[in-house]
Structure formats: C-alpha cells, structure tokens
Design a protein around this ligand. Structure first.
Ligand code: PLP
Ligand code: TYF
Length: 393
C-alpha cells in the first residue's frame, strides 16, 4: 500500500532552512522562514511566557482532558484581545492546533455549511493557504493584491476581484502584516472591502497571525474589528505563535461570528465536532500560557512591552535598510520597505536575482523575493543593501 504513495513536493520555505544550515560560509544571512530573531539571531522565549510557565508548573494540579473547544478562559481572553468589544451572544470559538489548525477548521466549517463554497485568496498569499485548499479539494480563485510596480496594494484590482465572490463564498483576508508581501490595507480600505462583502453576502475569513508585529496590538486588529462590527458573519483564524513566541506549542483560535444566537450555537457545536474529528482535544499548554498572561495585569504589561520591543526592532531595521538603499541607489525606489509592515517584505526581485544573492552573498530569502526583516541586525543591513544593488535589483 505505502509504495502506492506519490512523492509530495516539499515546502519551499522549510526547505530553505535545511539549505541554510548546510551552507558553510562565514557570515551567511538567513532571511527565509518567518520566525522572529533578536539582533543576536536568537528566537527568545519571552519573559512573560517563562513566568507563566513557571506559574503553571507550580499551580497546575491535573492534566486531564480539557473541553473539545479548549478552555473558556483562553478563548475569551484572546477574543477580547483581538476584538476588544466581544459580541458574546454571536461568538462561537474553539482552540485549535496553531493558526494553521484554525484556518483548516474554518475551511472545513465553511464547507460543512455550504458544500459549494469557493474561496477567494490574495495573489500572492501564504503558500499553505493554497496547499490546504488543494488538499481539501476546495475550489479557489485568486484576487489581485500586490502591485508589482509600487510594491503596494493593487486596491482597484482587489475590489473588482472580491466583488465576484457570491453569497456563501469565503474571502480570505490577511488581518495585518500580509505574508508574503508586507503590503497592507488602510482602515478606509478595510471599510470599502466590508461594504463590498455586505452587498454580496460573501463571508470574510480573517487570518490574523501577526497581531502586534505591524503598528501595535490594537492598530493591527482594527481592520478585523471593523469587519466584525459591520458584517453579520465573520470567521477569524488567529495564531499566538508569533506574538507570544510560542511557535512549537501550536496555539490558535478559530472564532465565528454568527448572525444570531441560534446560529452561534450551531457554529459552536460544529466547531467542537470538527475538533473531535481531527484531533479530539486541542493542545492546552500554549493556550494556558496565553490565558495566564492575558488575565494577569503585570504579566500582560510585561508581555506587551516586550512585543513592542520586537515590533520597534523590526521597524528600525526597515528604516535602516530603506535609508541605505536610498543612498546606494540614489533613488527612492526602495522606500516601500519602510512602509511595509510585519516580518516580511517582497522585494520584487526575479528568481535569478534571488539565486544570485544566495550564490554570491550567502543571503537566503524565499524564491518570490520575500525577506524576513527580523533575520537582519544593524550590522547585516548594510551588507544586504550592498548585495541588493550588486545583484542589479
Ligand atoms: N497564517 C499566516 C499568514 C502565517 O504566516 C502563519 C505562520 O506561521 C500562520 C497563519 C499560522 O501559524 P501557526 O500555525 O504556526 O500558528
Ligand atoms: O511564512 C512563514 O515563513 C511562516 C512559517 O509550512 C511557516 O508562516 C512557513 C512554512 C510552513 C509553516 C510555517
């Protein structure tokens, strides 16, 4: 039986990790996988996370199963962080296996509710969105998003394409810090997208994986909050991997805002059912870390402060890189790097130029020219800037 399997194409981002490890050159620079690294190149355990784990270790008296939906305290604390004002009578939620699990369960839920569902995704988007939909056999189409000329959002194209989504279709939106481009919607543009969805009855699925990495915890959730306040039905797939730095704990949340309480109850039951079909109980340790931090004033303040340090470090690197490239190129054509938000920017280089950076300068970025800003530090920014110019980008 097993010999009937076909070879699966590996994940290109994850492959880059191995390629980087195997490179023996001194001074190689990893701008590949989306993991935050401090200026020393370390992905730290955040202070509040350590403290919360210590507290959990001291006080936890059982590791018996939680509920199928995960712990209510975690779900309500995270829902408040994301939505600020939570319409509790309309909100269903389940803890999931990371943000990826939330996306997968959201798509499963959409298909349970509408077997003919189509999904509209940004061009480009996180490769796993496409891979999961292909695996599930869900039909999807791409909407225009990235303007290769300005490296900003092709908003007219986006609106025209999203308007094609019909009632009961899903429109997948990145809540903030778009992966892989770094180009984001303004709040006014979110309002225009909400109006289009209001007219068509298509349902947004907001993928929120980087809250706190762009303009701040509240600012990064504003688009999601606007959509949630305006539309009768909204799905939100949230990840705590990045903003709590707990990547391997697999901590996510699927939220569904329903039209009324009866529909909320149906959604809640179906979401718990989907958890049971896929893995029974969701992981608890990461969720417990998050709820411990969010419900304790001192831990929460310390976590938010450290997250701000992370965010400001990335913003500083963006500014430094844009400035260096302005000086070296004698033009403002790289200023978009300072305007982008989150971990990533798409440079707009060709695959050949990306390969040249790897071969000539030992600088690794994803083939579509996505670079992870957090892979840089004050010393490596000038090296990257020089290499970009030398590669003719
Ligand atoms: N969505 C996007 C756009 C991402 O970049 C990630 C990244 O890891 C995720 C979702 C899910 O993250 P995780 O499953 O690690 O929580
Ligand atoms: O886009 C990224 O780099 C992150 C991490 O299969 C990631 O979202 C990359 C690939 C993958 C899972 C996570």
């Amino acid at each position: 039986m097993l010999s009937n399997l076909t070879a699966q194409a590996p994940d290109k981002i994850l492959m880059l990790i191995e390629e980087f490890k195997a490179d023996t050159r001194q001074g190689k620079i990893d701008l590949g996988v989306g993991v935050y690294k401090d200026p020393q190149g370390v992905t730290p355990v955040m202070r509040a996370v350590k403290a919360a784990e210590h507290r959990i270790w001291e006080t936890q008296t059982t590791k018996a199963y939680t509920g199928l939906a995960g712990e209510a305290e975690y779900r309500s604390a995270l829902a408040s962080m994301i939505l600020s004002e939570v319409p509790a009578d309309r909100l269903a939620s389940v803890a999931t296996v990371g943000g990826t699990g939330a996306i997968r369960q959201a798509l499963e839920l959409a298909r349970l509710a509408n077997p003919d569902v189509r999904v509209f995704v940004s061009d480009p988007t996180w490769p796993n969105h496409l891979s999961i939909m292909k695996f599930m056999g869900l039909p999807f189409t791409e909407y225009r998003y990235f303007d290769a000329a300005t490296r900003g959002v092709d908003f007219e194209g986006m609106k025209a394409d999203i308007a094609q989504a019909a009632k009961g279709d899903i429109v997948l939106l990145h809540g903030c810090c778009h992966n892989p481009t770094g180009a984001n919607l303004t709040l006014d543009q979110w309002a225009e997208i909400a109006a289009i969805l209001e007219t068509s009855g298509a349902i947004p699925l907001v993928d929120l994986a980087y809250q706190g990495f762009g303009d701040g915890l509240d600012a990064d959730a504003e688009g999601t909050r606007l959509i949630a306040a305006r539309l009768p039905e909204v799905l939100i797939a949230a990840s705590c991997s990045k903003n709590f730095g707990i990547y391997r704990e697999r901590t996510g949340l699927l939220m569904a805002l329903a039209e009324n309480t009866a529909a909320r109850d149906l959604a809640q039951g179906s979401m718990a059912y989907l958890n049971r079909q896929n893995y029974s109980f969701p992981p608890d340790h990461g969720a417990r870390i998050v709820s411990t931090i969010l419900t304790d004033e001192a831990l929460r303040a310390d976590w938010a402060a450290e997250l701000e340090e992370v965010r400001n470090t990335m913003l500083g690197l963006r500014d430094q890189l844009a400035t260096d490239l302005r000086d070296l190129s004698g033009s403002d054509r790289f200023d978009f790097i300072a305007h982008h938000r989150g971990m990533f920017s798409r440079l707009g280089a060709t695959p050949e130029q990306v390969a040249t950076l790897k071969t000539d300068a030992a600088i690794y970025m994803v083939g579509d020219s996505r670079l992870n800003i957090a892979g840089l530090n004050r010393d490596t920014v000038p090296i990257l800037a020089r290499a970009i110019i030398d590669a003719g980008i």
